[in-house]
Design a protein around this ligand. Structure first.
Ligand SMILES: O=c1[nH]cnc2c1ncn2[C@@H]1O[C@H](COP(=O)(O)OP(=O)(O)O)[C@@H](O)[C@H]1O
Ligand SMILES: [Ca+2]
Length: 406
């Protein structure tokens, strides 16, 4: 093989040598163990020129529900879901590159909220699945990711995909991620004032692609959409929920139902006799949000990229198209929340939580982060057919640490 390579190199300059062109293709496998599901991202890269950033050629993406945290008491069954996803990578990556292709799993808020012991048992089983695979298993290949990285790596992904991390004129955009159990806000401060006014643990320097970015980022644990439902119902962090009925003005009056989250069963329902609708709901949700988040002045007027549940709920209510995404103002979520909450029975066919979810998103944006009514949100699921997820940023970071890229 190497002889043949040298033979070619006598005839071609290195960057057009056909053997090299092949050798410059590489893969990375990143698992996102989120609170509501587990996803595999298999990325293909080509390094055409050592001076440039590696080019992302494509992504294979698959997901399963529920997430690992639903297997708290059956870690082997949890790991089995990872194995089935990993089998896709066996087909996607050429066999001669298996040994060079790293596989990593990072868990987010679902596992952060679990007991240390149960979380570790799950991660151990997953690690065994990786060890039995033909792929490269780096040190720390299976872990719970720090919330700070979740924000930073999503920011890297979006700004890489929109071309803001290469070339001279870098106009980076901030990112908002709303998961099931936690939510992240990340941006590159432009004003000295912001750096001065921000608590130190909200600022992190990050090296990527030969640049250093000093980013504002924070992950709010317990402020994801599903955790917020529990908080609104008064059921978050409750030790014993058996037999208890949690009621809210954000739910249809006559509703009584059960909901499973993080391995716990909750009974919930509407305010049978009391009030329902946007106004009382907003007051309920406000208690969850108000005064709990840091509000950087700088963001009030600037536009942000928003994805995950911001995207999903905007699609559910026809604010944006599922394929196209779109640009919204913060007040569009409020308008929709009013529409849904004040006509609760009409929207019954979708999720009974739609009113609560939209109201929470409105309160989180306005009273939580302090965005203006007319702040623009660019809602995107994919850029150039690649998922806007922290997993791409994490894969770049991984390849860099392994010396596969710089
Ligand atoms: O690869 C992806 N592309 C787009 N959306 C994703 C991807 N992975 C997760 N999501 C979205 O993330 C949200 C669920 O959050 P998740 O389960 O990751 O909770 P967590 O971040 O709090 O652990 C949903 O809106 C889901 O559509
Ligand atoms: Ca997530």
């Amino acid at each position: 093989h190497s002889n043949r390579e040298m033979w070619f190199q006598d005839f071609f300059p290195p960057n057009v040598c056909p053997i090299n062109a092949k050798a410059n293709t590489f893969y990375g496998i990143m698992f996102d163990a989120g609170s509501t599901g587990t996803r595999i991202h298999i990325y293909t890269f080509v390094q055409k020129n050592p001076e440039n950033l590696p080019e992302l050629e494509g992504e294979i993406f698959e997901s399963v529900k529920p997430g690992l945290s639903a297997y708290a008491d059956q870690p082997e069954k949890g790991a089995e879901t990872v194995k089935r996803l990993l089998d896709m990578a066996i087909d996607a990556v050429p066999p001669h590159l298996w040994k060079k292709t790293p596989v990593v799993l990072k868990a987010t808020a679902g596992l952060r909220l679990m007991s240390e012991e149960k979380a570790q048992a799950l991660l151990l089983e997953v690690k065994e699945v990786f060890e039995e695979s033909p792929f490269l298993v780096p040190e720390d290949s299976v872990s719970i990711m720090d919330g700070t990285y979740e924000g930073i790596l999503a920011w890297i992904t979006v700004n890489f995909l929109t071309g803001q991390l290469s070339g001279q004129n870098q106009h980076t955009v901030g990112t908002l991620d709303l998961g099931g159990a936690s939510t992240q806000i990340t941006f590159l401060p432009r004003f000295e004032e912001t750096l001065k006014e921000t608590p130190g643990d909200f600022l992190t320097s990050f090296d990527m692609f030969n640049s250093t970015y000093k980013l504002y980022t924070h992950s709010y644990l317990g402020f994801g959409l599903k955790a917020a439902r529990l908080a609104t119902l008064g059921a978050l962090n409750m030790e014993a929920v058996d037999g208890q009925m949690f009621r809210s003005s954000c739910l249809p009056k006559q509703l009584e139902a059960e909901w499973h989250f993080g391995g716990v069963k909750y009974q919930y329902g509407g305010n049978k006799e009391g009030e329902t609708g946007f106004k009382p709901c907003y007051l309920e949700v406000l208690k969850v949000v108000k005064g709990k988040l840091h509000q950087p002045d700088e963001i009030r007027g600037s536009s942000f990229y928003a994805f995950s549940y911001y995207y999903d709920r905007a699609v559910d209510t026809n604010l944006i198209d599922y394929e196209q995404g779109g640009v919204l103002e913060v007040r569009d979520f409020e308008r929709k929340a009013k529409e849904v909450c004040d006509n609760m029975e009409r929207y019954n066919s979708a999720s009974p939580f739609l009113c609560m979810d939209l109201t929470y998103i409105t309160a989180l944006l306005k009273e939580g982060f302090g965005f203006r009514d007319n702040t623009l949100l660019q809602l995107t699921k994919k850029v150039n057919n690649i998922e806007t997820s922290w997993t791409l940023g994490a894969t770049f970071h991984l390849l860099q640490s392994l010396g596969i890229t710089y």
